[in-house]
Ligand binder design. Structure first.
Ligand SMILES: [Zn+2]
Length: 207
C-alpha cells in the first residue's frame, strides 16, 4: 500500500521540498505557491509539446547552414549535413549530430507523450519506472542545446573549407525553439500525477 503526501493531508513545495499541511497557500521557507496537484499540468504539457513538434518540422526541412563559396552555394539540412560529414569520413561528428538532433528530440517527444498519456489513462509501466523516465527526460533537457554546439562545430568545419560565407539557416532558429518548447513541456508535467495512478494500478495489476 503506497501512501502519498496528499493522503496524509500534506503538500510539498516544488521549489525546496519542504512539506506543509494542505491549506497553506505559500511555502514558509521560499515563498513558492503551494498546490497539491497542478490541475492544468496536462493541458500545458500538450500545448508545449505540440509547439515543439511544429517547430521541429521546419528544423529538419529547412537548411541549418547556408554555405557560399566562390563557385557555389550549398544549403544543408541537419540530416543532409550529417550524411555529408559521414561521406567525408567524419563518422563521429555525424553520429553526434544525428543523436543530438534526431534521436534525442524524437525520444523526448515520445517519452513526454507516453508520460502524459500514462497519467491520464494508466500504462503498463509501473509508476516507479514512469518516474525514472520523467527524471531522464528532465535530465536530458539541459543537454539538448548540445545541437547548438554542433552547429558551431559545423560552422568551424565549413570555415576551414575555404568557404566565403556561412549563415545559420531557418532550421537553426526553429530547432532552438523546438528544444525550448520541449523543455517547457517536460517541466509542465506535474510528476506527482504519476503517483496518483498507483491505487488503480495496484488493484488492476497485483504483481
Ligand atoms: Zn519552498
Amino acid at each position: 500500500m503506497t501512501v502519498t503526501a496528499r493522503d496524509k493531508g500534506l503538500v510539498a513545495c516544488r521549489e525546496c521540498a519542504r512539506v506543509w499541511p494542505v491549506g497553506h497557500a505559500q511555502c514558509g521557507v521560499c515563498g513558492n505557491a503551494l498546490r497539491s496537484r497542478d490541475t492544468q499540468s496536462l493541458q500545458k504539457v500538450w500545448a508545449w509539446w505540440i509547439a515543439g513538434i511544429i517547430a521541429y518540422i521546419p528544423a529538419n526541412l529547412y537548411p541549418m547552414l547556408t554555405t557560399r563559396t566562390l563557385f557555389h552555394t550549398s544549403e544543408d539540412t541537419i540530416i543532409a549535413g550529417a550524411l555529408d560529414l559521414a561521406a567525408h569520413g567524419s563518422f563521429g561528428i555525424a553520429a553526434i549530430i544525428l543523436i543530438a538532433s534526431v534521436v534525442i528530440p524524437l525520444g523526448k517527444f515520445f517519452a513526454i507523450a507516453y508520460l502524459a498519456l500514462a497519467v491520464r489513462q494508466g500504462a503498463r509501466w509501473p509508476p516507479g519506472r514512469q518516474y525514472v523516465l520523467y527524471e531522464v527526460v528532465e535530465y536530458i533537457g539541459r543537454w539538448s542545446m548540445i545541437d547548438v554546439f554542433v552547429v558551431a562545430i559545423l560552422c568551424s568545419l565549413v570555415q576551414l573549407n575555404v568557404a566565403a560565407s556561412i549563415t545559420p539557416g531557418i532550421a537553426a532558429l526553429t530547432f532552438a525553439l523546438s528544444v525550448i518548447f520541449t523543455m517547457l513541456s517536460a517541466q509542465s508535467l506535474d510528476p506527482r500525477l504519476i503517483w496518483d495512478r498507483i491505487e488503480t494500478q495496484d488493484t488492476k495489476d497485483p504483481a
